[in-house]
Design a protein around this ligand. Structure first.
Ligand code: NAD
Ligand code: GLY
Length: 363
């Protein structure tokens, strides 16, 4: 097992990464103030891992309440959130009871938001079971639900007590979900870790094939990057954490514009990162060779590299709900180079329309 720390002073917490972790009751109990927990999971993950984790915790003397949500991005909403509250109240969960998010980013974001607000805040532990959740969403304390008008529009910053990542759960992950997770892995190379991007280029096929050593390295390096960014700018105040949003202004527009669940989050981010690279090129920041490298590595990870044709006006309307909007002005994460991203409001309408035109699929 490897342990990283998210260095946030009194809110600091460990990320444990390894195998057989769902069987280690002590690892969980050491982060629980009371031997009482609700495991929140979804209808795909429950048949795979709920019983295993429940048995582990029961053996460690923990009383467990299971909460099973319908799987999918389209259920990351008030209704699911409310059903968590209903279950917690029915089981009389208390302030020192722990919520455990067992699943992907949807379960993690919902459970974190429930933990931030139930009884004005209860402890929670992230147990990511998708690559995307392992390398990104389980770390950093962003929690949210979607609104029909925009992605993740309602939520809270609320850090977990620990992230317990059992990489064996990835064995059951469908290929399409694995590739979606690779989009966020590639993102770290693009925004701040040129050396990692250089490593990813020759290793992307090994990752597609789930080579254990390659996957272990990519997971660790991604978590190190995420932990460092979160420690530097926990609440997205300096612009550093915002760089984790590379491609997300376009990506979130795809997700809400197409209807939640149609495109996977990682797929939308992949096409969005290519659009952000093209926008950077149009603004004279990034050379065509580097735009080509971005597009090529994502395509080799079986990810979409063009935006769906929603129409420029619709994109502008959808992007207007982005959380980075300030003073009514859109802000974007742009690339100055591979491994160098920054946040800016300095993007004119013409450049944006040009980037949209250059990025939209003609299929
Ligand atoms: P997800 O939670 O929908 O999981 C993907 C699918 O895989 C689901 O159908 C799920 O049931 C299934 N699944 C999960 N684990 C499995 C396993 N081990 N074996 C088989 N099937 C499994 O999606 P995701 O890609 O994990 O997360 C996407 C969400 O994360 C989005 O809502 C996005 O906004 C959010 N996100 C949040 C942050 C953050 O910082 N909080 C960062 C990135 C993404
Ligand atoms: N994935 C975006 C963030 O954590 O800030």
């Amino acid at each position: 097992m490897q342990t990283l720390e998210v260095s946030l002073g009194e809110r600091a917490y460990p990320i444990y990464i390894g195998t057989q972790l769902l069987k280690q009751g002590e690892l969980f109990v050491r982060h629980m103030p009371q031997p009482r927990a609700a495991i929140v999971t979804d209808s795909n993950v429950a048949p795979l891992y709920l019983q295993r984790l429940t048995a582990t915790l029961a053996e460690a003397g923990v009383q467990v309440t299971p909460v099973i949500l319908p799987a999918g991005e389209e259920h990351k909403n008030w209704e699911s959130l409310n059903s968590i509250f209903d279950a917690l109240l029915a089981a009389r969960c208390e302030r020192r009871s722990t919520l455990i998010a067992l699943g992907g980013g949807v379960v993690g974001d919902l459970t974190g938001f429930a933990a931030a607000t139930y009884l004005r805040g209860v402890p929670f532990i992230q147990v990511p079971t998708t690559l995307l959740a392992l390398v990104d969403s389980s770390v950093g304390g962003k929690t949210a639900i979607n609104h029909p008008r925009g992605k993740n529009m309602i939520g809270a910053f609320y850090q977990p007590q620990a992230v317990i990542a059992d990489t064996e759960t990835l064995n059951t992950l469908p290929d399409r979900e694995l590739y979606a997770g690779l989009a966020e892995v590639i993102k770290y190379g693009l925004i701040r870790d040129h050396a990692f991007f250089d490593w990813l280029e020759p290793n992307i096929e090994a990752l597609n094939a789930r080579d254990p050593a390659a996957l272990a390295y990519a997971i660790l390096r991604s978590c190190e990057n995420k932990a460092a960014v979160v420690a530097a700018d926990e609440r997205e105040e300096t612009g550093e954490r915002a760089t984790l949003n590379l491609g997300h202004t376009f990506g979130h527009a795809i997700e809400s514009g197409m209807g939640y669940g149609k495109w996977l989050h990682g797929e939308a981010v992949a096409a969005g990162m290519v659009a952000a690279a093209k926008l950077s090129q149009i603004l004279g920041l990034l050379g065509a060779d580097n735009v080509g490298r971005v597009e090529s590595i994502l395509a080799r990870a079986h990810l979409p590299v063009a935006l769906p044709a929603l129409g420029a006006d619709r994109y502008l309307e959808l992007m207007g709900h982005d959380k980075k909007v300030e003073g009514g002005k859109l802000r974007f994460i742009l690339l100055r180079a591979i491994g160098e991203a920054y946040l800016t409001a300095d993007v004119g309408r013409d450049a944006l329309l040009q980037a949209l035109a250059a990025s939209v699929s003609h299929d």
